[in-house]
Ligand binder design. Structure first.
Ligand code: SF4
Ligand code: SF4
Length: 452
């Protein structure tokens, strides 16, 4: 047996309060298994440990003392949900409550140079941040970041449609001696050589997410850029290369609905050819549902299956050229769903209003940069989780699953999503194992963008 990733020591210590009998007879429900050429990989989502067993060891896994000691193998009567509730309760006692804020989603504008029909921003009025507000944001960050390094996440609208305030904020932070890095969700159109240089040198841009809606003709029709010249699609692909060559991790989001699988397959082919060997470029599929809203309606079983098969085909194509984005296996137990319930992150809208979720406006504001204090009633409301469903009792994903009631994107659970998660975790396990084999564990790859 080989240990590929060590267990989380805090979790192991917390688990000491649970006594195990000597008769451990079954695998813990939170263990994911996948086969490799060298044996069987096991990942324990409770302890975050990844091990490799030979086929022979796997055939007798209940007899391995190490697996019993490390919570891979547990007594028949073990109650995994009890373990998790205690761990969550313990971690919850250290929960952050906006005392120090190190994550700032900033909306330079809610306006955009594209006119995508599906854009959620249609429900926002178009507001552009003023220079004065940008200057105040620097002081706000200074006051609330507790001297720590901060992460800026540019969002919009199209954030680069108001680059001036991005410059003002970053210049101000630099002058104040506040360390920062940033990432952005952008359509990618407004970059060029000069802007990429500024993004790297002034904005400290480490990662971007860019959505491609389809192949050239489809993309250009859907995006309907104002004031565009030539083919916006070609321009954006070129900008993706510029960003990746400047060491900005570039993640391409491919929106898949019920009708565009063939076009996305053509796009995946094209991206695979063009970006072959570019390690800073990855792509992933994001399912859109009826009415172009995730979860807006349930689909028939046939529709789920068709969607899943299409995603699998396109992912395989992306994987052939190492282009598929796969989230890393987290080394710690997940304590929050996203920035909205983390307790150390806020969104700042163009008019200086402060919220938690980057997709909600007016009634959900918790404060304003011109005043101190937050509406903790609203803060708490973003921490309410949805009731469990019967499937949670045996679900491998339970340790990583936090669904908040107010999140329109992920408050519902479908077998389709559990299957996608399972595949994703298996891929991540295989990637960790390959890295371990290549003795490449020193790679610093911790830049993650907020993927919706
Ligand atoms: S939409 Fe959901 S995942 Fe995104 S920030 Fe809001 S609560 Fe979080
Ligand atoms: S909500 Fe769904 S994914 Fe989450 S633990 Fe329950 S069954 Fe699993």
């Amino acid at each position: 047996m080989k240990i590929i990733l060590n267990a989380n020591e805090t979790v192991l210590k917390i688990l000491k309060r649970f006594k195990k009998t000597d008769t451990c007879t079954r695998m813990i429900k939170y263990c994911v298994k996948t086969h490799t050429d060298d044996g069987v990989l096991l990942f324990n989502l409770l302890t975050r440990e990844l091990v490799l067993l030979t086929d022979d060891e796997y055939a007798h896994f209940t007899e391995l003392e190490y697996l019993r000691d490390r919570w891979f193998v547990v007594p028949e009567e073990a109650n995994e949900k009890e373990y998790m509730s205690f761990i969550r309760w313990f971690l919850g006692t250290h929960r952050k409550n906006l005392d120090t804020i190190t994550g700032y989603t900033i909306f330079p504008t809610t306006d955009c140079n594209a006119r995508c029909f599906y854009c959620f921003e249609h429900k926002f009025s178009k507001i552009t941040m003023s220079r004065e507000t940008a200057v105040k944001i620097v002081q706000y960050i200074k006051k609330h970041s507790g001297g720590k390094r901060v992460w800026l996440y540019w969002f919009g609208g199209e954030p680069l449609f108001n680059r001036e305030v991005m410059d003002i904020i970053c210049t101000g932070l630099r002058e104040e001696g506040i360390e920062y890095s940033s990432s952005a969700t952008t359509n990618g159109y407004l970059f060029d050589d000069e802007v990429v240089q500024k993004a790297v040198n002034l904005w400290n841009l480490k990662a971007v997410q860019i959505t491609l809606d389809g192949t050239e003709e489809v993309y250009n029709r859907i995006k309907a850029y104002i004031d565009s010249e030539g083919s916006p699609y070609q321009k954006v692909l070129r900008n993706i290369e510029l960003l990746a060559d400047a060491s900005v991790k570039t993640t391409i989001r491919l929106n898949i609905d019920l009708h565009n699988a063939d076009d996305l397959m053509s796009l995946a082919n094209e991206l695979s050819e063009r970006f072959n060997g570019k390690k800073n470029i990855k792509a992933y599929l994001y399912p859109l549902f009826r009415n172009n809203e995730p979860m807006a309606e349930l689909h028939s079983e046939d529709e789920w299956n068709l969607r899943e098969a299409a995603i699998e085909r396109i992912e395989e194509k992306l994987m052939e050229r190492d282009l598929l984005h796969t989230p890393k296996l987290a080394r710690v137990i997940r304590e929050s769903h996203c920035m909205a319930d983390r307790g150390d992150a806020v969104s700042i809208f163009p008019d200086g209003n402060i919220g938690l979720c980057d997709q909600y406006s007016d009634p959900e504001y918790i404060g304003h940069i011109d005043s101190e204090g937050f509406d903790f009633g609203i803060v708490e409301s973003w921490r309410e989780t949805v009731p469990e469903v019967p499937e949670c009792a045996d679900c491998f994903y339970y340790p990583d699953c936090i669904k908040i009631k107010k999140c329109g994107i992920s408050s519902v659970c479908f077998p389709f999503f559990r299957r996608l998660r399972l595949k994703e975790i298996k891929r991540a396990m295989a990637i960790e194992y390959e890295k371990w084999k290549a003795d490449d564990l020193t790679e610093n790859d911790d830049v993650e963008i907020n993927l919706h």
